[in-house]
Design a protein around this ligand. Sequence first.
Ligand code: ADP
Ligand code: ADP
Length: 223
Amino acid sequence: SDFVSLEGLTLAYGNTVAVEALNLSIARGELVSLLGPSGCGKTTTMRAIAGLMTPRAGRISIDGRDVTRLPPSRREVGLVFQSYALFPHLSVYENIAFGLRLRGEAGLDARVRDGLATVGLDAFADRAPRDLSGGQQQRVALARSLVMQPKVLLLDEPLSNLDARLRLDMRMELQRVQKETGITMVFVTHDQSEALALSDRIVLMNGGAIEQVGTPEQIYSAP
Ligand code: ADP
Ligand code: ADP
């Protein structure tokens, strides 16, 4: 059960240690939430997994490969952040195709169509992002990551810009996509109900360390 493994990970900004000696194992196909108050180190941990930050100490491996020193582009990690920044001048189709084109990947059209279908936007391929709702744009961002077939998809508060009803819809959508694709997901939130509703396991963080790891039932059942 060691598809993603963080071992003794210490992450710092100058003199500020944001995460200290963190250990975490994630199984293939698992949806794990990092839950905790603002400033506890969730985003910093995600950055390190993505390769956007070099650890002060420790090791990160994905699917049996030590990626600690690899650049982001070689880690096979996808990112969906709260500001999803689609290319405004490109159609939905071209937004989803963008990364595949850059890499010169084969079977582009089939993969884009598949991505569109996964997020239920088949009918919107030729639209411009501005003609889509916030939730639909978020789905495009999700499809854009999924078509790259990352080993791990990192989602950092992806629903926090959406209104309450849409958040609930997107929660279910994410869960459905995760079960359908079997992709391993790490999901950052400060919203306890969101973590409870979505996760296979919750990682409770505080002050740059893990306080508790368990299933939602384990974490929220009375002792
Ligand atoms: P979040 O809690 O979602 O990470 P924040 O509001 O804490 O959002 O941070 C927003 C941005 O400011 C991030 O890019 C983060 O790296 C940066 N940031 C956060 N804390 C500090 C800090 N103490 N010094 C400099 N930049 C910071
Ligand atoms: P969270 O995502 O849980 O809100 P972060 O990982 O953004 O927490 O922040 C963890 C700690 O690192 C906080 O103390 C924050 O102020 C600090 N921090 C985050 N980004 C920066 C930055 N760019 N420069 C300096 N300190 C930062």
